[in-house]
Design a protein around this ligand. Structure first.
Ligand code: KIV
Ligand code: ZN
Length: 389
């Protein structure tokens, strides 16, 4: 049994909901929150309470309902934000305030027109305010991916000394390469003298398609929490996808990590989020896409039918998917055709299949996919021709 738990922090209802057109009402948020808790997430970021009365209400209602997961509310490093987050979380069994500020020079100069020293003091002050309301305080160093490591280490040391229990190192712009992000976490592990007093969290965006790889690099270098969303939803190109990191950790047990996620719930969870937020899942999406367990080319189908592990590294049942599919297209071979016909109750011999295959190719060349109805028609025409012969 791997010994290190990776905490899964889900931000579908906060960063995920920042996707244009994905705004949810309180009832929809509660439905998703309950399902996320059943999925086994450790922390659920329910919203940004100061941002709107609706968000405040959702965080408040989710706080009253959840019993196992920690409920988290986002704030800026602003006293009013923090006080509002604390009020929204008042009824949570396990409340966490997530506060922070931009630490890269891009943020310090362009956004705040401030100095590094001033931002360090504001970060420490924000954690102190949050700590006066709750024990569990997470600090985010926005744009940590592009923050100078030496300065970042000073900020992280300061906020831990002020009481932060979790320190979030966001690659806000999705800029880092996996080795850069991993090195950043290793740098903090080696240069922040009180780092053992807090959990390091990875919060990666997917602008270059590297969010999952960067999060995994983060935990391989000492981080113990991953912030992620269902279906990888989130600002711009999205956040780290929950289903991907969970299955990477499960597939690569030799890394020595585990999560508390009930993986059989991943596909139902993905469907609920996709339907409620009205964002379709791309068919080739890892783990939860419609084609994640579909085999269409003849070579793959033949190998898969001999032994599923030839072309599948995950059993679809393990992630609650509908099952593996043998899709019939013009690229499919005889074994796939025989398999699908046998499954429909036509136990044709090899010789029959050789004849049927020619007809199959004619149909397949004119259609994107040969479906059950086509197979029944083929079988009917074939039995007619053999009876008349
Ligand atoms: O991407 C980011 O930096 C964020 C923070 C607010 C945590 O979402
Ligand atoms: Zn983010």
């Amino acid at each position: 049994m791997p010994e290190k738990k990776i905490f899964i922090f889900d931000t579908t209802l906060r960063d995920g909901e920042q996707v244009p057109g994905c705004k949810l009402n309180s009832r929809e948020k509660i439905e998703i929150a309950l399902q996320l808790e059943a999925l086994g997430v450790d922390v659920l970021e329910a919203g940004f309470p100061i941002s709107s009365p609706g968000d405040f209400q959702s965080v408040d209602e989710i706080s009253r309902i959840l019993r196992n997961a920690t409920v988290c509310g986002l704030s800026r490093a602003v006293e009013k934000d923090i006080e509002t987050a604390a009020r929204a979380l008042k009824h949570a069994k396990h409340p966490r305030i997530h506060t922070g500020i931009g630490t890269s020079d891009f943020h310090i100069k362009s956004k705040f027109n401030a100095t590094r020293e001033e931002i360090l003091q504001r970060a420490i002050q924000a954690v102190k305010w949050a700590k006066s309301y709750v024990d569990d305080v997470e600090f985010y160093a926005e744009d940590a991916g592009r923050t100078d490591n030496d300065y970042l280490a000073r900020v992280i040391e300061g906020v831990i000394a002020a009481g932060a229990t979790v320190v979030n190192i966001p690659d806000t712009t999705g800029y880092c390469l996996p080795n850069q992000y991993g090195d950043k976490i290793a740098y903090l592990m080696n240069n922040v003298k009180n780092i053992d007093k807090a959990v390091i969290s990875c919060h990666c965006h997917n602008d270059l398609g590297l969010a999952t790889a960067n999060s995994i690099a983060g935990i391989m270098n000492g981080a113990r929490q991953i912030e992620c969303t269902i279906n990888g939803l989130g600002e711009r190109a999205g956040n780290t996808s929950l289903e991907e990191v969970v299955m990477v950790i499960r597939q690569h047990k030799h890394l020595g990590f585990y999560t508390g996620i009930r993986t059989q719930e991943l596909n139902p969870m993905s469907r609920l989020v996709s339907d409620t937020m009205r964002v379709p899942v791309q068919p080739n999406k890892a783990i939860v896409g419609a084609n994640a367990f579909s085999h269409s080319s003849g070579i793959h189908q033949d190998g898969f039918l001999k032994d599923a592990s030839t072309y599948e590294i995950i059993n679809p049942d393990e992630v609650g998917a509908d099952g593996s599919k043998i899709v019939l297209t013009a690229r499919s071979g005889r074994s796939a055709l025989a398999f699908r016909l046998h499954r429909l109750g036509y136990p044709y011999s090899r010789n029959d299949i050789d004849v049927l295959y020619e007809r199959f190719l004619q149909i397949a060349d004119n259609k994107k996919e040969v479906v059950e109805e086509d197979l029944h028609q083929m079988a009917k025409a074939y039995s007619g021709s053999t009876v008349n012969a």
